[in-house]
Design a protein around this ligand. Structure first.
Ligand SMILES: Nc1ncnc2c1ncn2[C@@H]1O[C@H](COP(=O)(O)OP(=O)(O)O)[C@@H](O)[C@H]1O
Ligand SMILES: [Mg+2]
Length: 376
């Protein structure tokens, strides 16, 4: 007797986004994308689900004619987003460059979701990324049994994106070995991927393009060759300019994350979010917000993304072990953990900041006490 094949999800329904720990952007925002597509009467480039204008709308947010609220995904200069979107309709690929935590990955996922309805054609760049991840590989059992055939070929995400006219994503491009990076040159210049073993080639269909991300801090690791760089339009994602921008990013992301993790409701805790962002910005800049006191910067990046984690962690503490309100004690340990990456040198930086800045600051005495407690 054969038992029925296990269903892909526990409840037996179609593989659902509902139970996924982290749904893809096109699943999480399916309703917004559908509403945008319904209203969008501007010309769509071949292979695109939406017009460039509607893609930009999806990323920056707004209210549609039918009242649908589009949540802002990217908080920052409109021009940055417009240049990124416009690049994708040209024959050049898009390179998003910036320090860690500037939403490179986030923006690339949402761009792919809005343009192609699919953000999953992804290659992760590491020192161990092989050429098969860019071109194609083989199912060796079939290859040995049947010889090279289309059925034995295992397409890479880029292969699939070319064949189907979608966007492919390459994460951390500069971490891949240079010779693997160079496999992209033919793909991007000729828009074709030959398969000599089968005597065929995949010609990229309209709608294909590539979004790569690279970390500013990795500069010099495996620098892009000039041949490859010419195939890309580079868009630099800046760190949030003002305190207000950064607080807005953290608040909105924390709220979305809390909802998808189904954390119990905790009042927004704007005071604590402002506190985390203030500490991070001051330590990053090496000077207090009023410009009066110089402070030392720790070794970590203290990115917006880390601020989001600190606050989300604090909300989990407040919800499960506190009184349901985000308090200084709920964020103190998280902040310290983000700042003190190197226990010795960063420990000194943090203690100095606590004593010279936090201690005397009006309204911060609870936070000072909470930090002193975790430090001991
Ligand atoms: N300008 C911004 N607008 C919206 N979200 C942002 C912004 N900057 C950072 N974030 C948030 O920070 C988090 C991490 O971003 P990520 O894309 O992983 O960074 P990167 O790939 O640049 O290191 C994401 O959850 C993203 O929402
Ligand atoms: Mg990233």
């Amino acid at each position: 007797m054969t038992s029925p094949a296990p269903s892909p999800t526990a409840n037996g329904s179609a593989p659902g986004a509902d139970a996924a720990l982290r749904p893809h952007a096109e699943q999480a925002y399916a309703a917004e994308l559908a509403a945008l597509a319904a209203e969008d009467d501007r010309p769509r480039p071949p292979g695109w689900r939406l017009s460039p204008w509607a893609v930009t709308r999806y990323l920056l947010g707004g209210t549609l004619g039918d009242g649908t609220e589009i949540t802002p995904k990217y908080v920052g200069a409109r021009r940055v987003v417009e240049v990124a979107v416009a690049t994708l309709v040209t024959d050049r690929a898009l390179l998003l460059l910036g320090v860690p935590g500037t939403a490179k990955t986030w923006l690339s996922e949402h761009l792919a979701a809005a343009v192609s309805g699919d953000s999953t054609l992804l290659v992760q760049g590491t020192a161990g990324t092989a050429e098969e991840a860019i071109r194609y590989g083989w199912n060796y059992a079939r290859l040995l049994a049947e010889g090279p055939s289309a059925q034995a070929l295992v397409p890479s995400p880029i292969f699939t994106a070319m064949a189907e006219g979608r966007l492919a994503r390459v994460e951390e491009l500069t971490r891949m070995p240079s010779d693997v990076q160079d496999a992209l040159i033919t793909v991007l210049s000729e828009k074709t991927l030959p398969v000599p073993e089968l005597g065929i080639e995949v010609q990229a269909q309209r709608g294909f393009n590539l979004i790569a991300t690279a970390n500013d801090r990795d500069r010099g690791v495996n620098d892009l060759s000039s041949a490859l760089r010419r195939r890309f339009n580079t868009v630099v994602l800046p760190v949030p300019q003002s305190m207000e921008d950064e607080v807005e990013i953290v608040s909105s992301r924390v709220e979305q994350l809390g909802r998808s993790l189904q954390l119990p409701e905790v009042p927004a805790g704007l005071t604590e979010i402002q506190r985390v962002v203030t500490v991070f910005r001051e330590l990053r800049a090496g000077v207090t917000a009023d410009g009066r006191t110089k402070v030392k910067s720790p070794s970590g990046t203290l990115s917006t993304a880390e601020a989001i984690s600190v606050v989300t962690g604090g909300i989990a503490l407040a919800a499960h072990f506190g009184d349901g309100v985000l308090r200084p004690a709920d964020i103190a340990a998280g902040i310290r953990g983000a700042v003190v990456q190197d226990p010795v040198s960063d420990g000194v930086v943090w203690r100095e900041y606590l004593e010279t800045v936090v201690r005397g600051r009006e309204g911060w005495s609870d936070f000072y006490r909470a930090c002193r407690e975790v430090a001991n």
